[in-house]
Design a protein around this ligand. Sequence first.
Ligand code: Z5A
Length: 201
Amino acid sequence: MARGLFITFEGTEGSGKTTQVELLGQKLSSRQPLMVREPGGTELGERLREVVLNSGMELDGEAEMYLFMAARRQLLHELITPALALGRIVIADRYHDSTLAYQGGGRGVPVSWPATFPRPDMTFLLSLPVHKGRERQLSAGKSADRVERESIEFHNRVAAEYERLAGAEPERITRLDASEPREAVHHKVMSRVKPAVDALS
Ligand code: Z5A
């Protein structure tokens, strides 16, 4: 079976994931990559996004974890798995490492990696001090969602868990200094992505 290339971006808020996803998508546009963001990308995912991020509902941490994972499973089923099976490139703005970091590291919920969730071929962790990411969001005029409104201690635990995950899987997860200029970060992303893309054709 053909297997495309599955690339994910992770990091705390304002670390530049969406910026890097867009730059990479533009660079690889001739290959028409599938670009997705989490939670979202399907009708179920977008509805669950509203519930977990914007509804104001008080959620149990484990219930929240299952909602993120239900959205992910539907995204895999509808879009990611078929695209990879056709040999396409998939670029995801957050994936299961987010649940490990936020619900696992941040909330202390036990989170495992389901056997039916494929591991990305490569993951970029955009590493930035939490307060700098928040400053970027404030200067961009972005209002905080339910998770973003959590305490600085929560976000520091999330950042620490991301660092731990990167240390545990150095071959998959490339840690990048997200305080560097956008183009410098993109250049480092491309230096890892290009050989893998060349190997596809
Ligand atoms: N969440 C969860 O808890 N569990 C899960 O399983 C999943 C998610 C999947 C999703 O929110 C929330 O859901 C998130 C985790 C939780 N909440 N938190 N925290 P979202 O999708 O709305 O937001 P986000 O994923 O956190 O992304 P973001 O905050 O929008 O930021 P970003 O994508 O990392 O950054 P950006 O939009 O590319 O850049 C932010 C600003 O910085 C912008 O003005 C850029 O122009 C600027 N920027 C970008 N790069 C640079 C550099 N290099 N230098 C200077 N300025 C830069």
